[in-house]
Design a binder for this molecule. Structure first.
Ligand code: GRF
Length: 223
């Protein structure tokens, strides 16, 4: 599978994908290109280090012209023949123009337990709401904002002392684990989508049975 990764910032999720790939944990996959809308993105250094080709399409050149931006993305990505597009901290919402070209082939990592807290910079929103459990979600991308079918989620506790930065750091740890796992499941052909439901094939029955009784309660009950 040819994988294209789209990033806007530092690229730590992209780095974790490449490291898991190097360790052989993501099989039948090649990271063929990293595209960014930000010429100062740290993800460009990550790509250089791992010798992944890069594309820069500055969003600023397209102002209010979202369709023009998406058409340009399609044009520059086309030669790479991507089978999967991974949004790893890509800060633009993609619409029909782009998504119709890659039906059910675009996934995104979001730093909250969707469908709660869609949108940008949601760490403070989670704190302000007073949730006790936060987390991250990998999902297929549809035309809504963070609304597509959910592939995998990870949960972290929210501590009383948290601010947006400490919570973002804790969520990022789970993001770094989740995104490579989701990609590995897809490249191994274990993910199927039916409407909103995503099924993962070949999870051993014993694991499912044990997990069914594994509850995370926070704060802990024995305090
Ligand atoms: C991550 O928290 C991601 O969920 C959010 O933006 C951040 C990107 O971090 N959308 P990085 O560029 O992968 O380090």
């Amino acid at each position: 599978m040819n994988i294209a990764v789209l990033c806007s910032g530092r690229g730590s999720n992209f780095l974790n994908l490449l490291m898991d790939h190097e360790k052989g944990l993501i099989t039948d996959a090649e990271f063929v290109v990293m595209l960014t809308d930000n010429k100062a993105a740290g993800a460009l250094n990550v790509a250089r280090e791992f010798e992944v080709p890069t594309l820069v399409v500055p969003r600023s050149a397209y102002h209010a012209n979202r369709e023009g931006f998406e058409r340009r993305l399609l044009e520059v990505l086309e030669p790479y023949r991507a089978d999967l597009i991974v949004l790893a901290g890509f800060e633009r919402v993609l619409g029909e123009t782009f998504l119709n070209a890659y039906p059910q082939k675009v996934i995104n990592i979001h730093p909250a337990l969707l469908p709660s807290f869609p949108g940008h910079r949601v760490w403070q929103d989670q704190l302000d709401h007073g949730v006790k459990l936060a987390g991250a979600t990998v999902h297929f991308v549809d035309v809504g904002v963070d609304s597509g079918p959910i592939i995998i989620q990870g949960v972290v506790p929210v501590l009383d002392a948290d601010d947006a930065d400490t919570l973002a750091d804790r969520i990022l740890q789970v993001e770094h684990w989740l995104l490579p796992k989701a990609v590995a499941l897809i490249t191994a052909g274990r993910v199927t989508v039916s409407g909103r439901k995503v099924a993962i094939k070949d999870i051993p029955r014993k694991i499912i049975e044990d997990a069914a009784f594994h509850t995370m309660v926070w704060p802990p009950l024995d305090v």
